[in-house]
Design a protein around this ligand. Structure first.
Ligand code: SF4
Length: 335
């Protein structure tokens, strides 16, 4: 591991200025991903700015009826927060599907947004990887790619985004609040993460020195009809092969609003508005769901070991929609 300096500012402005002033400096909060990456020499910051003393640890109502999640609230405290459980159970369910209790007790909401891919080649500096070392090639495209993406891929990278929480945030149309050297900005979660294109080294649109301060949830939480369905190799402590976050509004037997976000299939949580629009005015029945699943997976491409995800994805979408339509679910117990 490289040597690095370490500071622990108590003010947000100081933390932002510090990272902006030092090239190769990084924020650290729970440290559940960055420390792993530093141990294998994938991340090599020369300065760590510990933000755990910053006042970003509350969950509060917003003026427009939504909820603001502080960036430093842990994933566990968010998932079990009374207002989140009651108004945004989809988010609780997704968080509890991720990682392990120990990790959720350390990991923060802000940090969850910055999780890096678990592509095997990315973690192995002996292998080519355009994300770790631009221009070196991609070990996964013609290598072992069982966990890799089937949508939104490029010739440079087929990595997936590993977060469960972000899939629910995408379904809920969350907004990320950011403070940087040039001031504040609000970023819709749909724009926060990016597809790899020919610059896979960038996972998101955050600029150097910018700090996520909060995540805002809009008022609509889909608390009556939701599900987070995660398909994975083990029942606990495993990343999604495919996951589906669904929120529905149903009037009588007709769907009046629908959100479907996919995890484990792309470089960012995946949504397709045309697919969701196909559900509006339709009965909440399986017959309505199959063509929606096909639409969501339109253009999917397998790379060999991961080709099974195309059919798996379609089936998972139909099942998730069925579960959400039938009412509140508790099918996934926290592990
Ligand atoms: Fe690197 Fe992306 Fe290829 Fe994985 S898929 S080896 S992260 S370039």
């Amino acid at each position: 591991m490289n040597s690095f300096s370490y500071v622990r500012p108590a003010e947000i402005d100081l933390a932002v200025r510090d990272v902006a002033a030092h090239q190769e400096a990084k924020f650290i909060a729970g440290g559940t991903n960055i420390l792993d990456l530093m141990k294998v020499n994938v991340e090599r910051p020369n300065r760590l700015v510990d933000i755990n003393q910053l006042p970003l640890t509350t969950i509060e109502n917003t003026a427009d009826g939504g909820l603001r999640l502080g960036a430093l609230v842990t994933n566990a405290d968010t998932a079990y927060h009374e207002e989140v459980e009651k108004r945004y159970p989809l988010l609780s369910q997704a968080i509890l599907a991720g990682a392990s209790p120990q990790l959720r007790n350390m990991a923060t909401n802000g940090g969850n947004l910055f999780q890096r891919t678990r592509c095997y080649y990315f973690y192995d500096p002996a292998m080519p990887c355009n994300k770790r070392q631009p221009g070196s090639g991609c070990g996964a495209i013609n290598g072992y790619n069982r966990i890799h993406a089937i949508l939104g891929t490029s010739e440079s990278c087929i990595a997936t985004h590993p977060s469960d929480m972000c899939v629910a945030l995408r379904a809920l149309d969350a907004v990320v609040q950011v403070l940087g050297p040039l001031g504040e900005r609000s970023i819709p979660i749909a724009e926060f993460h990016r597809l790899p294109g020919d610059e896979p080294q960038y996972d998101n649109i955050i600029k150097p020195g910018e700090l996520v301060t909060a995540i805002d949830l809009p008022a609509k939480g889909f608390a009556d009809h939701y599900t987070y369905l995660k398909v994975r190799d083990r029942a606990s402590y495993a990343f999604a092969l495919v996951s589906v976050a669904v929120g529905l509004e149903i009037d009588g037997d007709q769907i009046t609003d629908a959100r479907i976000a996919l995890g484990g299939v792309a470089h960012k949580p995946w949504r397709r508005s045309e697919a969701e629009a196909m559900l509006i005015g339709k009965p909440a029945q399986k017959a309505s769901f199959v063509s929606v699943a096909q639409k969501l997976l339109e253009g999917a491409r397998g790379y060999g070991h991961n080709t099974f995800k195309i059919e798996l994805g379609k089936r998972a979408i139909v099942r998730a929609l069925e579960q959400a339509a039938s009412g509140p679910t508790n099918l996934l117990q926290p592990m």
